[in-house]
Design a protein around this ligand. Structure first.
Ligand code: HEM
Length: 488
Protein backbone atom coordinates (compact mmCIF):
# COMPACT_ATOMS: atom_id res chain seq x y z
CA UNK A 1 0.00 0.00 0.00
CA UNK A 2 1.47 3.36 -0.93
CA UNK A 3 0.63 6.33 1.28
CA UNK A 4 2.11 9.74 0.58
CA UNK A 5 2.48 11.82 3.77
CA UNK A 6 3.98 15.20 3.75
CA UNK A 7 6.95 15.72 6.06
CA UNK A 8 5.11 18.34 8.06
CA UNK A 9 2.46 15.79 9.04
CA UNK A 10 5.13 13.31 10.07
CA UNK A 11 6.91 16.01 12.12
CA UNK A 12 3.71 17.02 13.94
CA UNK A 13 2.92 13.39 14.68
CA UNK A 14 6.37 12.79 16.13
CA UNK A 15 6.49 15.95 18.29
CA UNK A 16 3.01 15.24 19.70
CA UNK A 17 4.12 11.73 20.70
CA UNK A 18 7.67 12.39 21.87
CA UNK A 19 7.85 9.57 24.47
CA UNK A 20 6.37 7.04 22.09
CA UNK A 21 8.73 8.22 19.35
CA UNK A 22 11.72 7.68 21.67
CA UNK A 23 10.52 4.17 22.55
CA UNK A 24 9.99 3.49 18.87
CA UNK A 25 13.47 4.72 18.04
CA UNK A 26 15.05 2.45 20.67
CA UNK A 27 13.01 -0.53 19.45
CA UNK A 28 14.09 0.33 15.93
CA UNK A 29 17.77 0.24 16.88
CA UNK A 30 17.38 -3.15 18.62
CA UNK A 31 15.13 -4.60 15.93
CA UNK A 32 17.23 -3.43 13.00
CA UNK A 33 20.29 -4.98 14.70
CA UNK A 34 18.43 -8.28 15.05
CA UNK A 35 16.94 -8.10 11.55
CA UNK A 36 20.36 -7.46 10.10
CA UNK A 37 21.69 -10.56 11.85
CA UNK A 38 18.83 -12.73 10.62
CA UNK A 39 18.88 -11.32 7.10
CA UNK A 40 22.62 -11.66 6.77
CA UNK A 41 22.16 -15.45 6.78
CA UNK A 42 19.77 -15.61 3.84
CA UNK A 43 20.10 -12.54 1.63
CA UNK A 44 23.61 -11.31 2.06
CA UNK A 45 24.34 -11.57 -1.65
CA UNK A 46 22.42 -8.41 -2.59
CA UNK A 47 23.56 -5.34 -0.63
CA UNK A 48 21.10 -2.89 0.79
CA UNK A 49 19.31 -1.83 3.91
CA UNK A 50 16.06 -3.54 4.90
CA UNK A 51 15.42 -1.70 8.16
CA UNK A 52 12.43 -2.62 10.30
CA UNK A 53 10.09 -5.39 9.11
CA UNK A 54 7.14 -3.20 8.22
CA UNK A 55 8.59 0.24 7.73
CA UNK A 56 11.95 -0.49 6.11
CA UNK A 57 12.96 2.54 4.07
CA UNK A 58 9.40 3.60 3.30
CA UNK A 59 9.79 7.06 4.83
CA UNK A 60 12.90 7.80 2.79
CA UNK A 61 11.03 6.68 -0.32
CA UNK A 62 8.06 8.91 0.52
CA UNK A 63 10.36 11.79 1.27
CA UNK A 64 11.92 11.47 -2.22
CA UNK A 65 8.49 11.06 -3.84
CA UNK A 66 7.42 14.21 -2.03
CA UNK A 67 10.41 16.22 -3.24
CA UNK A 68 11.01 18.02 -6.51
CA UNK A 69 13.76 15.51 -7.35
CA UNK A 70 11.13 12.79 -7.74
CA UNK A 71 10.92 9.21 -6.45
CA UNK A 72 13.77 7.93 -8.66
CA UNK A 73 16.13 9.89 -6.43
CA UNK A 74 15.53 7.18 -3.81
CA UNK A 75 16.93 4.61 -6.26
CA UNK A 76 19.77 6.86 -7.42
CA UNK A 77 21.02 7.44 -3.87
CA UNK A 78 20.98 3.73 -2.99
CA UNK A 79 22.94 2.91 -6.14
CA UNK A 80 25.62 5.34 -4.90
CA UNK A 81 25.67 3.68 -1.47
CA UNK A 82 25.27 0.00 -2.35
CA UNK A 83 26.09 -0.43 -6.05
CA UNK A 84 23.90 -1.29 -9.03
CA UNK A 85 22.12 -4.20 -7.39
CA UNK A 86 20.49 -3.32 -4.12
CA UNK A 87 17.58 -4.34 -1.99
CA UNK A 88 15.36 -2.30 0.25
CA UNK A 89 12.09 -2.68 2.12
CA UNK A 90 9.10 -0.59 1.08
CA UNK A 91 5.60 -0.82 2.50
CA UNK A 92 6.51 -4.07 4.26
CA UNK A 93 7.91 -5.83 1.17
CA UNK A 94 11.50 -6.54 0.21
CA UNK A 95 12.25 -4.93 -3.15
CA UNK A 96 15.23 -5.70 -5.39
CA UNK A 97 15.97 -3.11 -8.06
CA UNK A 98 17.15 -5.00 -11.14
CA UNK A 99 19.53 -2.85 -13.20
CA UNK A 100 20.58 -5.14 -16.04
CA UNK A 101 19.51 -6.31 -19.48
CA UNK A 102 19.96 -9.95 -18.38
CA UNK A 103 17.82 -9.31 -15.30
CA UNK A 104 15.11 -7.59 -17.37
CA UNK A 105 15.09 -10.53 -19.79
CA UNK A 106 14.84 -13.09 -16.97
CA UNK A 107 11.87 -11.31 -15.43
CA UNK A 108 9.97 -10.29 -18.54
CA UNK A 109 10.30 -13.70 -20.25
CA UNK A 110 9.06 -15.48 -17.12
CA UNK A 111 5.94 -13.36 -16.72
CA UNK A 112 3.09 -15.30 -15.04
CA UNK A 113 5.54 -18.14 -14.25
CA UNK A 114 8.17 -16.92 -11.79
CA UNK A 115 7.01 -13.32 -11.70
CA UNK A 116 3.62 -11.67 -11.57
CA UNK A 117 2.30 -8.17 -11.67
CA UNK A 118 1.02 -7.25 -8.23
CA UNK A 119 -1.06 -4.12 -7.79
CA UNK A 120 -1.55 -2.48 -4.41
CA UNK A 121 -5.20 -2.68 -3.26
CA UNK A 122 -6.05 0.93 -4.02
CA UNK A 123 -4.77 0.55 -7.59
CA UNK A 124 -6.58 -2.76 -8.14
CA UNK A 125 -9.83 -1.28 -6.78
CA UNK A 126 -9.46 1.73 -9.07
CA UNK A 127 -9.05 -0.21 -12.33
CA UNK A 128 -11.44 -3.02 -11.37
CA UNK A 129 -11.15 -6.81 -10.92
CA UNK A 130 -11.51 -7.58 -14.62
CA UNK A 131 -8.89 -5.11 -15.77
CA UNK A 132 -6.03 -6.49 -17.84
CA UNK A 133 -3.79 -5.34 -15.00
CA UNK A 134 -5.50 -7.62 -12.42
CA UNK A 135 -6.83 -10.77 -14.10
CA UNK A 136 -5.02 -14.14 -13.93
CA UNK A 137 -3.05 -15.50 -16.86
CA UNK A 138 -5.86 -17.35 -18.72
CA UNK A 139 -8.22 -14.36 -18.74
CA UNK A 140 -5.29 -12.05 -19.48
CA UNK A 141 -4.49 -13.93 -22.69
CA UNK A 142 -8.10 -13.79 -23.93
CA UNK A 143 -8.82 -10.19 -22.91
CA UNK A 144 -5.54 -8.99 -24.39
CA UNK A 145 -6.18 -10.83 -27.66
CA UNK A 146 -9.62 -9.24 -27.96
CA UNK A 147 -8.48 -5.73 -27.00
CA UNK A 148 -5.46 -5.79 -29.30
CA UNK A 149 -7.36 -5.61 -32.63
CA UNK A 150 -8.42 -1.96 -32.40
CA UNK A 151 -4.90 -1.00 -31.27
CA UNK A 152 -3.05 -2.63 -34.17
CA UNK A 153 -1.30 -0.25 -36.57
CA UNK A 154 -3.80 -0.94 -39.40
CA UNK A 155 -6.79 -0.15 -37.18
CA UNK A 156 -5.30 3.14 -36.09
CA UNK A 157 -5.54 4.93 -39.44
CA UNK A 158 -8.81 6.58 -38.52
CA UNK A 159 -7.43 7.56 -35.12
CA UNK A 160 -4.49 9.28 -36.84
CA UNK A 161 -6.81 11.47 -38.91
CA UNK A 162 -9.09 12.35 -36.02
CA UNK A 163 -6.18 13.19 -33.74
CA UNK A 164 -4.53 15.24 -36.47
CA UNK A 165 -7.71 17.24 -37.04
CA UNK A 166 -8.11 17.94 -33.33
CA UNK A 167 -4.46 18.94 -32.99
CA UNK A 168 -4.45 21.28 -36.02
CA UNK A 169 -7.43 23.23 -34.79
CA UNK A 170 -6.13 23.52 -31.19
CA UNK A 171 -2.62 24.59 -32.24
CA UNK A 172 -4.08 27.14 -34.65
CA UNK A 173 -6.24 28.65 -31.94
CA UNK A 174 -3.36 28.79 -29.47
CA UNK A 175 -0.97 30.45 -31.89
CA UNK A 176 -3.63 32.97 -32.93
CA UNK A 177 -4.26 33.77 -29.26
CA UNK A 178 -0.51 34.31 -28.94
CA UNK A 179 -0.68 33.57 -25.21
CA UNK A 180 1.52 31.26 -23.19
CA UNK A 181 0.00 27.84 -22.42
CA UNK A 182 1.18 24.85 -20.41
CA UNK A 183 2.12 21.94 -22.67
CA UNK A 184 1.28 19.33 -20.03
CA UNK A 185 -2.25 20.68 -19.56
CA UNK A 186 -2.67 20.81 -23.33
CA UNK A 187 -1.35 17.28 -23.85
CA UNK A 188 -3.43 15.82 -20.99
CA UNK A 189 -6.60 17.30 -22.45
CA UNK A 190 -5.97 16.39 -26.07
CA UNK A 191 -4.84 12.83 -25.34
CA UNK A 192 -7.92 12.35 -23.15
CA UNK A 193 -10.31 13.74 -25.76
CA UNK A 194 -8.73 11.69 -28.54
CA UNK A 195 -8.92 8.51 -26.45
CA UNK A 196 -12.61 9.05 -25.60
CA UNK A 197 -13.41 9.65 -29.25
CA UNK A 198 -11.55 6.52 -30.31
CA UNK A 199 -13.09 4.33 -27.61
CA UNK A 200 -16.67 5.61 -27.44
CA UNK A 201 -17.08 8.43 -30.00
CA UNK A 202 -17.68 10.93 -27.21
CA UNK A 203 -16.98 14.47 -28.39
CA UNK A 204 -19.46 16.51 -26.38
CA UNK A 205 -17.38 19.00 -24.33
CA UNK A 206 -19.48 18.89 -21.14
CA UNK A 207 -19.61 15.08 -21.12
CA UNK A 208 -15.86 14.90 -21.76
CA UNK A 209 -15.24 17.29 -18.86
CA UNK A 210 -17.40 15.13 -16.57
CA UNK A 211 -15.60 11.92 -17.55
CA UNK A 212 -12.18 13.54 -17.21
CA UNK A 213 -13.04 14.82 -13.75
CA UNK A 214 -14.05 11.34 -12.66
CA UNK A 215 -11.01 9.65 -14.25
CA UNK A 216 -8.73 12.14 -12.50
CA UNK A 217 -10.38 11.31 -9.15
CA UNK A 218 -9.95 7.59 -9.87
CA UNK A 219 -6.34 8.13 -10.89
CA UNK A 220 -5.62 9.99 -7.62
CA UNK A 221 -7.21 7.16 -5.61
CA UNK A 222 -4.74 4.71 -7.14
CA UNK A 223 -2.19 5.81 -4.57
CA UNK A 224 -4.18 6.17 -1.36
CA UNK A 225 -5.24 4.38 1.83
CA UNK A 226 -8.02 2.01 0.74
CA UNK A 227 -10.65 2.81 3.37
CA UNK A 228 -14.09 4.16 2.52
CA UNK A 229 -14.08 7.27 4.70
CA UNK A 230 -15.96 10.21 3.17
CA UNK A 231 -13.63 13.02 2.10
CA UNK A 232 -10.61 10.80 1.48
CA UNK A 233 -8.96 10.39 -1.92
CA UNK A 234 -9.91 6.71 -1.97
CA UNK A 235 -13.57 7.44 -1.20
CA UNK A 236 -13.79 10.15 -3.86
CA UNK A 237 -12.12 7.85 -6.37
CA UNK A 238 -14.45 4.94 -5.67
CA UNK A 239 -17.51 7.19 -5.97
CA UNK A 240 -16.17 8.56 -9.26
CA UNK A 241 -15.67 4.96 -10.43
CA UNK A 242 -19.31 4.13 -9.61
CA UNK A 243 -20.46 7.13 -11.66
CA UNK A 244 -18.24 6.26 -14.59
CA UNK A 245 -19.33 2.60 -14.61
CA UNK A 246 -22.97 3.74 -14.63
CA UNK A 247 -22.25 6.01 -17.58
CA UNK A 248 -20.54 3.16 -19.45
CA UNK A 249 -23.52 0.89 -18.67
CA UNK A 250 -25.95 3.43 -20.15
CA UNK A 251 -23.74 3.86 -23.20
CA UNK A 252 -23.61 0.10 -23.79
CA UNK A 253 -27.37 -0.27 -23.29
CA UNK A 254 -27.99 2.59 -25.75
CA UNK A 255 -25.78 0.97 -28.37
CA UNK A 256 -27.51 -2.41 -27.92
CA UNK A 257 -30.91 -0.78 -28.41
CA UNK A 258 -29.55 0.68 -31.63
CA UNK A 259 -29.92 4.28 -30.41
CA UNK A 260 -26.49 5.14 -31.76
CA UNK A 261 -24.15 3.43 -34.16
CA UNK A 262 -20.50 4.37 -34.41
CA UNK A 263 -17.35 2.98 -35.90
CA UNK A 264 -15.33 2.87 -32.69
CA UNK A 265 -13.69 0.55 -30.15
CA UNK A 266 -16.91 0.02 -28.17
CA UNK A 267 -18.90 -0.90 -31.26
CA UNK A 268 -16.25 -3.39 -32.37
CA UNK A 269 -16.51 -5.11 -28.97
CA UNK A 270 -20.33 -5.14 -28.98
CA UNK A 271 -20.40 -6.67 -32.45
CA UNK A 272 -19.09 -9.80 -30.73
CA UNK A 273 -22.23 -10.17 -28.55
CA UNK A 274 -23.35 -13.35 -30.35
CA UNK A 275 -19.87 -14.92 -30.36
CA UNK A 276 -18.85 -17.80 -28.04
CA UNK A 277 -17.67 -16.76 -24.54
CA UNK A 278 -13.97 -17.03 -25.31
CA UNK A 279 -14.37 -14.71 -28.31
CA UNK A 280 -15.94 -11.80 -26.48
CA UNK A 281 -15.69 -9.67 -23.37
CA UNK A 282 -18.49 -9.67 -20.81
CA UNK A 283 -19.82 -6.26 -19.81
CA UNK A 284 -17.69 -5.94 -16.64
CA UNK A 285 -14.57 -6.89 -18.60
CA UNK A 286 -15.44 -4.34 -21.24
CA UNK A 287 -16.09 -1.52 -18.76
CA UNK A 288 -13.09 -2.20 -16.49
CA UNK A 289 -10.82 -2.31 -19.51
CA UNK A 290 -12.18 0.85 -21.13
CA UNK A 291 -11.30 2.60 -17.89
CA UNK A 292 -7.89 0.88 -17.80
CA UNK A 293 -7.13 2.08 -21.33
CA UNK A 294 -8.04 5.65 -20.46
CA UNK A 295 -5.95 5.62 -17.27
CA UNK A 296 -2.96 3.81 -18.82
CA UNK A 297 -2.98 5.89 -21.99
CA UNK A 298 -3.60 9.49 -21.00
CA UNK A 299 -0.94 10.40 -18.43
CA UNK A 300 1.83 8.40 -20.12
CA UNK A 301 1.35 9.85 -23.60
CA UNK A 302 0.79 13.35 -22.26
CA UNK A 303 4.02 13.23 -20.22
CA UNK A 304 5.95 11.99 -23.26
CA UNK A 305 4.61 14.91 -25.35
CA UNK A 306 5.67 17.36 -22.65
CA UNK A 307 9.20 15.92 -22.51
CA UNK A 308 9.54 16.02 -26.29
CA UNK A 309 8.86 19.77 -26.30
CA UNK A 310 11.37 20.33 -23.51
CA UNK A 311 14.09 18.15 -25.05
CA UNK A 312 13.66 19.65 -28.53
CA UNK A 313 13.85 23.14 -27.05
CA UNK A 314 17.18 22.29 -25.41
CA UNK A 315 18.54 20.68 -28.60
CA UNK A 316 17.99 23.10 -31.45
CA UNK A 317 20.01 21.07 -33.96
CA UNK A 318 17.76 18.09 -33.44
CA UNK A 319 14.72 20.34 -33.64
CA UNK A 320 15.91 21.76 -36.98
CA UNK A 321 16.60 18.32 -38.43
CA UNK A 322 13.18 17.13 -37.35
CA UNK A 323 11.53 20.24 -38.81
CA UNK A 324 13.31 19.69 -42.12
CA UNK A 325 11.97 16.13 -42.38
CA UNK A 326 8.47 17.14 -41.39
CA UNK A 327 8.35 20.12 -43.80
CA UNK A 328 9.38 17.82 -46.63
CA UNK A 329 6.46 15.52 -45.84
CA UNK A 330 4.09 18.48 -45.47
CA UNK A 331 5.12 20.07 -48.80
CA UNK A 332 4.45 16.86 -50.70
CA UNK A 333 0.84 16.73 -49.50
CA UNK A 334 -2.08 18.73 -50.92
CA UNK A 335 -2.57 21.83 -48.75
CA UNK A 336 -4.83 21.16 -45.76
CA UNK A 337 -4.78 17.35 -46.10
CA UNK A 338 -4.71 15.36 -42.89
CA UNK A 339 -1.90 12.93 -42.13
CA UNK A 340 -2.28 9.23 -42.87
CA UNK A 341 -0.34 6.13 -41.78
CA UNK A 342 1.69 6.27 -44.99
CA UNK A 343 2.97 9.74 -44.04
CA UNK A 344 3.94 8.52 -40.60
CA UNK A 345 5.95 5.69 -42.18
CA UNK A 346 8.09 8.33 -43.88
CA UNK A 347 9.03 9.97 -40.56
CA UNK A 348 12.19 8.00 -39.95
CA UNK A 349 13.94 10.80 -38.05
CA UNK A 350 10.69 11.63 -36.26
CA UNK A 351 10.47 8.07 -34.98
CA UNK A 352 14.03 8.30 -33.67
CA UNK A 353 13.10 11.51 -31.85
CA UNK A 354 10.14 9.69 -30.28
CA UNK A 355 12.37 6.80 -29.24
CA UNK A 356 15.05 9.05 -27.78
CA UNK A 357 12.41 11.08 -25.90
CA UNK A 358 11.07 7.89 -24.33
CA UNK A 359 14.58 6.65 -23.51
CA UNK A 360 15.42 9.84 -21.68
CA UNK A 361 12.10 10.62 -20.04
CA UNK A 362 11.31 7.14 -18.69
CA UNK A 363 7.64 7.77 -18.28
CA UNK A 364 7.37 4.46 -16.41
CA UNK A 365 10.52 4.43 -14.28
CA UNK A 366 10.50 0.75 -13.35
CA UNK A 367 8.18 -2.25 -13.74
CA UNK A 368 7.35 -4.01 -10.46
CA UNK A 369 6.72 -7.76 -10.17
CA UNK A 370 6.18 -10.12 -7.24
CA UNK A 371 8.28 -13.31 -7.15
CA UNK A 372 6.12 -16.47 -7.06
CA UNK A 373 8.87 -18.98 -6.15
CA UNK A 374 12.48 -18.94 -4.99
CA UNK A 375 14.70 -18.34 -8.01
CA UNK A 376 17.93 -16.80 -9.25
CA UNK A 377 18.42 -13.68 -11.34
CA UNK A 378 21.95 -13.74 -12.65
CA UNK A 379 23.97 -14.87 -9.63
CA UNK A 380 21.52 -13.47 -7.08
CA UNK A 381 19.20 -15.58 -4.91
CA UNK A 382 15.69 -14.15 -4.98
CA UNK A 383 13.09 -15.32 -2.47
CA UNK A 384 9.43 -16.09 -3.04
CA UNK A 385 7.31 -13.12 -1.96
CA UNK A 386 9.98 -10.51 -2.70
CA UNK A 387 9.33 -7.81 -5.23
CA UNK A 388 11.65 -7.26 -8.16
CA UNK A 389 11.61 -3.99 -10.07
CA UNK A 390 12.88 -3.98 -13.65
CA UNK A 391 14.74 -0.69 -13.57
CA UNK A 392 14.15 0.57 -17.12
CA UNK A 393 15.54 3.98 -16.19
CA UNK A 394 18.92 2.57 -15.16
CA UNK A 395 19.08 0.43 -18.30
CA UNK A 396 18.25 3.44 -20.51
CA UNK A 397 21.03 5.49 -18.91
CA UNK A 398 23.65 2.73 -18.82
CA UNK A 399 26.83 4.08 -20.53
CA UNK A 400 27.72 0.52 -21.54
CA UNK A 401 24.54 0.44 -23.64
CA UNK A 402 24.21 4.10 -24.65
CA UNK A 403 27.23 6.26 -25.40
CA UNK A 404 26.88 9.64 -23.66
CA UNK A 405 23.53 8.60 -22.18
CA UNK A 406 22.73 12.12 -20.95
CA UNK A 407 22.89 13.52 -24.45
CA UNK A 408 19.64 13.79 -26.45
CA UNK A 409 20.75 12.13 -29.64
CA UNK A 410 18.02 10.52 -31.76
CA UNK A 411 20.61 9.36 -34.31
CA UNK A 412 21.84 6.77 -31.82
CA UNK A 413 18.82 4.78 -33.01
CA UNK A 414 20.43 4.42 -36.45
CA UNK A 415 21.92 1.34 -34.83
CA UNK A 416 19.74 -1.56 -33.75
CA UNK A 417 19.53 -1.89 -29.99
CA UNK A 418 20.46 -5.06 -28.11
CA UNK A 419 17.42 -7.02 -26.91
CA UNK A 420 16.03 -5.70 -23.59
CA UNK A 421 18.25 -2.62 -23.67
CA UNK A 422 15.38 -0.44 -24.90
CA UNK A 423 12.18 -1.15 -22.99
CA UNK A 424 10.07 2.03 -22.56
CA UNK A 425 6.98 -0.04 -23.41
CA UNK A 426 8.07 -3.11 -21.40
CA UNK A 427 8.40 -6.48 -23.09
CA UNK A 428 6.81 -9.93 -23.18
CA UNK A 429 3.13 -10.77 -22.55
CA UNK A 430 2.60 -7.46 -20.79
CA UNK A 431 4.16 -5.21 -23.43
CA UNK A 432 2.22 -1.95 -23.58
CA UNK A 433 -1.06 -2.53 -25.38
CA UNK A 434 -1.09 1.07 -26.57
CA UNK A 435 2.43 1.04 -28.06
CA UNK A 436 1.23 1.82 -31.60
CA UNK A 437 -1.24 4.40 -30.43
CA UNK A 438 1.43 6.12 -28.33
CA UNK A 439 3.87 6.19 -31.25
CA UNK A 440 1.40 7.56 -33.81
CA UNK A 441 0.14 10.15 -31.32
CA UNK A 442 3.69 11.36 -30.72
CA UNK A 443 4.52 11.45 -34.44
CA UNK A 444 1.44 13.46 -35.36
CA UNK A 445 2.12 15.82 -32.45
CA UNK A 446 5.75 16.38 -33.46
CA UNK A 447 4.79 16.80 -37.12
CA UNK A 448 2.24 19.55 -36.51
CA UNK A 449 4.39 21.25 -33.88
CA UNK A 450 7.61 21.45 -35.87
CA UNK A 451 6.20 21.88 -39.40
CA UNK A 452 3.78 24.59 -38.31
CA UNK A 453 5.46 26.44 -35.46
CA UNK A 454 8.46 27.53 -33.48
CA UNK A 455 8.09 27.96 -29.76
CA UNK A 456 9.68 29.60 -26.77
CA UNK A 457 9.71 27.96 -23.37
CA UNK A 458 8.66 30.45 -20.70
CA UNK A 459 9.83 28.60 -17.59
CA UNK A 460 13.08 26.61 -17.44
CA UNK A 461 12.68 25.27 -13.90
CA UNK A 462 13.76 21.62 -13.77
CA UNK A 463 11.88 20.73 -10.57
CA UNK A 464 9.71 17.67 -10.87
CA UNK A 465 6.09 17.48 -9.83
CA UNK A 466 5.76 16.10 -6.29
CA UNK A 467 3.92 12.87 -5.42
CA UNK A 468 3.83 11.71 -9.01
CA UNK A 469 4.91 8.21 -10.04
CA UNK A 470 5.36 9.54 -13.59
CA UNK A 471 8.21 12.05 -13.93
CA UNK A 472 6.73 15.35 -15.07
CA UNK A 473 8.07 18.87 -14.76
CA UNK A 474 6.31 20.90 -12.08
CA UNK A 475 5.97 23.80 -14.51
CA UNK A 476 4.31 21.55 -17.11
CA UNK A 477 6.48 23.48 -19.65
CA UNK A 478 4.68 26.72 -20.51
CA UNK A 479 5.34 27.80 -24.11
CA UNK A 480 4.30 30.42 -26.64
CA UNK A 481 3.79 29.33 -30.24
CA UNK A 482 4.71 31.33 -33.33
CA UNK A 483 3.36 30.14 -36.66
CA UNK A 484 6.25 29.57 -39.11
CA UNK A 485 4.73 31.66 -41.89
CA UNK A 486 4.33 34.60 -39.49
CA UNK A 487 8.02 34.69 -38.66
CA UNK A 488 9.72 37.87 -39.68
C1 HEM B 1 4.26 7.06 -24.22
C2 HEM B 1 3.22 6.40 -23.84
C3 HEM B 1 3.23 5.09 -23.13
C4 HEM B 1 4.23 4.48 -22.43
C5 HEM B 1 5.65 4.96 -22.20
C6 HEM B 1 3.69 3.23 -21.93
C7 HEM B 1 4.42 2.30 -21.20
C8 HEM B 1 3.92 1.07 -20.80
C9 HEM B 1 4.70 0.06 -20.14
C10 HEM B 1 6.18 0.17 -19.79
C11 HEM B 1 3.88 -0.99 -19.88
C12 HEM B 1 4.28 -2.31 -19.24
C13 HEM B 1 4.36 -2.14 -17.74
C14 HEM B 1 4.80 -3.40 -17.05
O1 HEM B 1 5.38 -4.28 -17.67
O2 HEM B 1 4.59 -3.45 -15.82
C15 HEM B 1 2.56 -0.64 -20.35
C16 HEM B 1 1.45 -1.44 -20.23
C17 HEM B 1 0.20 -1.08 -20.68
N1 HEM B 1 -0.12 0.04 -21.41
FE1 HEM B 1 1.15 1.53 -21.95
N2 HEM B 1 2.38 3.13 -22.30
C18 HEM B 1 2.06 4.23 -23.04
C19 HEM B 1 0.85 4.49 -23.66
C20 HEM B 1 -0.25 3.68 -23.58
C21 HEM B 1 -1.50 3.94 -24.26
C22 HEM B 1 -1.78 5.10 -25.20
C23 HEM B 1 -2.36 2.94 -23.88
C24 HEM B 1 -3.79 2.71 -24.25
C25 HEM B 1 -4.36 2.97 -25.30
C26 HEM B 1 -1.64 2.05 -22.99
C27 HEM B 1 -2.17 0.93 -22.41
C28 HEM B 1 -1.46 0.01 -21.68
C29 HEM B 1 -2.04 -1.19 -21.10
C30 HEM B 1 -3.51 -1.60 -21.15
C31 HEM B 1 -1.00 -1.87 -20.48
C32 HEM B 1 -1.10 -3.18 -19.70
C33 HEM B 1 -0.78 -4.34 -20.62
C34 HEM B 1 -0.87 -5.69 -19.94
O3 HEM B 1 -0.71 -5.77 -18.72
O4 HEM B 1 -1.08 -6.66 -20.66
N3 HEM B 1 -0.37 2.54 -22.84
N4 HEM B 1 2.62 0.62 -20.91
Amino acid sequence: MIIIWNMEEVYLLVTANYDKALALLLSWVVLSFLTKKIMRKSTDTIPGHLGLPLIGETFSFLSCANSTKGCYDFVRLRRLWHGNWFKTRLFGKVHVFVPSVVGAKTILTNEFKLFNKCLVKSMADAVGKKSLLCVPVESHKRIRRLLSGPFSMESLSEFVQKFDKLLCSRFKKLSEDGKSFVVLEFSMKISFDAMCEMLMSITDESLLAKIEQDSTAISSAMISIPVMIPGTRYYKGMKARERLMKLFEELIAGRRMGKENHDDFLQSMLERDSFPDDEKLDDTELMDNMLTLILAGQTTTAAAMMWSVKLLDENIEVQNMLREEQLMILRKKPRGDLLCLEDLNKMSYGLKVVKETLRMSNVLLWFPRVVTQDCKIQEFEIKKGWHVDVDATHIHYDPELYKNPLQFNPSRFDEIQKPYSYIPFGSGPRTCLGINMAKVTMLVFLHRLTSGYKWTVNDHDLSLEKKSHIPRLKSGVPITLTALKDES
